[in-house]
Design a protein around this ligand. Structure first.
Ligand SMILES: NC(=O)c1ccc[n+]([C@@H]2O[C@H](COP(=O)([O-])OP(=O)(O)OC[C@H]3O[C@@H](n4cnc5c(N)ncnc54)[C@H](OP(=O)(O)O)[C@@H]3O)[C@@H](O)[C@H]2O)c1
Length: 218
């Protein structure tokens, strides 16, 4: 059984990979540029295509769409949020998620056809919830709202095939993105996040859950 993680070279993706590897799972770590990992830039469609070609015929049980960017932390409403930041963020946080799922569907189906449970985990954020509209971070919020929406609609398409889709808020975690003031360390947040993904079944496909199992508002 294989678990493929995007953006597995640092932060939450790397910590999740180690969690599963320590539990004896076969993890396919992907990264833009890291020795020993499968090359994958989720913002580059040809990179996604090449990965899918290399993995042709390899069953994948769990696909974790983790790679993400946050580029507008310090932007101000009046002067910030340049168009290229929107394009860059959506290419990674939204289009990148969709294209990776689309490209690796044959692998998820192959696992299911071999009798396994296949699932997709989308690492979104509570900041994308319509009920967490505190202002600022317009690009990040909108991109994560779109990622949640993708997850909900993928769940609708894939339910009849028996492929589950879960959407997750990993917590506010101390990583390069989360920063030092975060609520949680990687050691605190990652085991819970992994557990949520491990226990996802088709009966709760389309769920949006926090790392600790609590339901998030859409
Ligand atoms: N940390 C938090 O508090 C928090 C809260 C809510 C949600 N999240 C979400 O959790 C996920 C992981 O965040 P993190 O905190 O671990 O962030 P991080 O430490 O900044 O790591 C981001 C990861 O995404 C990868 N990535 C960025 N652009 C990519 C691309 N074009 N193709 C492939 N990989 C790419 C990075 O690879 P490079 O090394 O190549 O840049 C890195 O591995 C993200 O989706 C984030 O939005 C995080």
């Amino acid at each position: 059984m294989s678990i493929l993680i995007t953006g597995a070279n640092r932060g939450i993706g790397s910590a999740l990979a180690k969690e599963w590897q320590n539990a004896g799972e076969n993890v396919i770590r992907t990264a833009r540029n890291a020795p020993g990992m499968e090359a994958l830039d989720v913002a580059d469609p040809s990179s996604i295509e090449q990965l899918a070609k290399r993995l042709e015929g390899t069953p994948i049980a769990t696909l974790v769409c983790n790679a993400g960017v946050s580029v507008d932390k310090f932007d101000e409403l009046e002067t910030g949020y340049a168009p290229e930041l929107w394009a860059q963020s959506f290419a990674v946080n939204v289009t990148g998620v969709f294209l990776v799922v689309q490209a690796l569907l044959p692998n998820l189906r192959a696992n299911r056809d071999a009798g396994g449970a296949s699932k997709i985990a989308i690492i979104a954020s509570k900041m994308g919830s319509q009920n967490s509209s505190a202002g600022n971070r317009f690009i990040y919020r909108a991109s994560k709202a779109a990622a949640i929406n993708l997850g909900r609609n993928l769940a609708a398409n894939l339910e009849s095939e028996g492929i589950s889709v879960g959407i997750y808020h990993p917590g506010w975690v101390a990583t390069d993105m989360g920063g030092n003031a975060a609520d949680l360390t990687l050691d605190e947040a990652t085991p819970g996040l992994r557990q949520q993904i491990d226990t996802l079944t088709i009966s709760d496909t389309g769920c949006f859950k926090s790392w600790d199992g609590t339901d998030c508002e859409l």
